[in-house]
Design a protein around this ligand. Structure first.
Ligand code: ZN
Length: 438
């Protein structure tokens, strides 16, 4: 299967807009690490791909953690003495600190200020804040809104509930020829924020839909879960099956206009790390590859020392490195159909390599075989170097001793994977190679 077959029927311009439409549909929902917002989000994703929805009860012990109480919210506001809502949750769900406990009381601004968060450096933006493991409450305002508040009494209401309930996550499993699995994870716990991480959610959903229409070698498992506690919960419940995971990616922040960034797995030299590096190198775009660090998204859990799974994190501009991060400016205008489509295309190229990265053995290792006789000779147009098809055939023959796989040969030869793969297909068809068996 060459790459064009692998990406069959993908109109990148159309899919970029389709991602953006899904993001726009999910954008208004108030999500958190538990609650109805996550369920509603998974319900919408379930219209695109078959999703198993798992509910894990509050209080369940998952490694060193405990599944928290479920949080839901109906309404919240700050009203002035005339009864006018100066802050209204219905205008932006970012106005309430996520996981705020219920509040209804009157207080003067002096006291209320202790519970207000703003961003003076961006006076029109609302910050995003949460308080998952410390029961408190708060409001997030634009600095401009804050400056308009007077030193007077306000009525403060957060109509929320923090009760025994469930942690919800979604899982889409696509069975391939092999039991070996590729794990693709994204977090679904942020409220109205687009790049972090409705971009990752939409790309994961459409990757699953695309792969469901194809026959794949690997089995693919897509996880849509709240960050940290969600991946910890999934790992705790699936520990016995983790040895099946051979490759994986955490998808986050994939829709901004910045360049691609890949954070390597903790192992650093895993096949997924090599595949992503290869795709980015041949993208003809700037990119950055960074080493693993125990800070960021759910790769922290997947790559914790007790698991050390071969899972990296694909992003564009990383978390915390764009000024819109965790603010109301991470909105529908900040994510672009072209960036989303470009990230999706890179994912397709990465998994095309993973699917096709085979190790071969040269069946005619004593001197070069007669290539012209087998239709494998391309005359050179220049004096200096043979055509790339010829070079690829020579590299594959020379380096196929059952040790290096096609991706390693491509990197050694300085030739793009798909060209090396085409050469290997031709040599295999001519009986000059065989697939290495274990
Ligand atoms: Zn975030």
């Amino acid at each position: 299967m060459n790459f064009n077959d692998f990406k069959k029927d993908v109109d990148l311009d159309a899919v970029g807009h389709e991602f953006h439409r899904l993001i726009a549909q999910l954008y208004p929902i108030c999500r958190s690490i538990t609650g109805n917002g996550v369920r509603e989000t998974l319900g919408i994703i379930n219209k695109h791909i078959p999703l198993d929805i798992h509910n894990v009860p509050t209080g369940e012990k998952v490694f060193d953690w405990i599944v928290p109480k479920e949080w839901n919210i109906k309404d919240a506001y700050i009203k002035d003495l005339k009864g006018k809502k100066v802050i209204d949750f219905k205008e932006s769900n970012l106005h309430v600190v996520s996981y705020s406990k219920p509040v209804k009381k009157k207080m003067f601004l002096k006291e209320l200020k202790e519970h207000i968060f703003t961003l003076p450096e961006h006076p029109n933006w609302i910050p995003y804040r949460n308080s998952y493991y410390n029961e408190t409450w708060g409001f997030c305002l634009s600095y401009k809104q804050f400056l308009e508040m007077k030193d007077e009494e306000y009525e403060v209401c957060i109509d929320s509930s923090l009760e025994e309930g469930e942690l919800t996550y979604g899982e889409c499993f696509l069975e391939g020829e092999r039991q070996d699995e590729v794990l693709i994870s994204c977090h679904v716990c942020h409220p109205s924020l687009c790049n972090d991480n409705l971009s990752g959610v939409s790309i994961a959903a459409f990757l699953a839909r695309h792969f469901a229409s194809m026959s794949m070698k690997y089995s693919y498992r897509f996880l849509f879960h709240p960050t940290t506690i969600g991946s910890i919960t999934w790992l705790a419940l699936n520990e016995a099956k983790l040895n099946k995971i051979k490759h994986g990616l955490v998808l986050a922040c994939l829709g901004d206009p910045g360049m691609s960034t890949y954070k390597k797995s903790r192992r650093g030299g895993a096949e997924i790390d090599q595949a992503v590096a290869h795709v980015l190198k041949y993208s003809n775009q700037n990119f950055e590859i960074i080493d693993f660090s125990p800070f960021g998204y759910d790769e922290r859990q997947f790559c914790s020392p007790g698991f050390d799974l071969p899972i990296g994190c694909l992003m564009r501009t990383p978390n915390g490195k764009f000024k819109e991060y965790h603010t109301s400016a991470d909105n529908l205008d900040f994510v672009h159909p072209t960036s989303l489509a470009d990230s999706f295309l890179k994912c397709l190229k990465i998994f095309h390599i993973i699917e096709n990265n085979t190790t071969y053995v040269n069946l005619n290792p004593k001197c070069e075989p007669r290539l012209g006789y087998r239709g494998l000779y391309w005359p050179s147009n220049t004096q200096h170097e043979p055509p790339i098809e010829q070079l690829s055939v020579l590299w594959v023959l020379n380096l196929s001793e059952g040790k290096l796989n096609l991706l390693e040969i491509a990197d050694r030869a300085g030739i793009e994977f798909d060209i090396i793969k085409t050469a290997a297909d031709k040599l295999l068809a001519q009986g000059l190679l065989k697939i290495k068996t274990k």
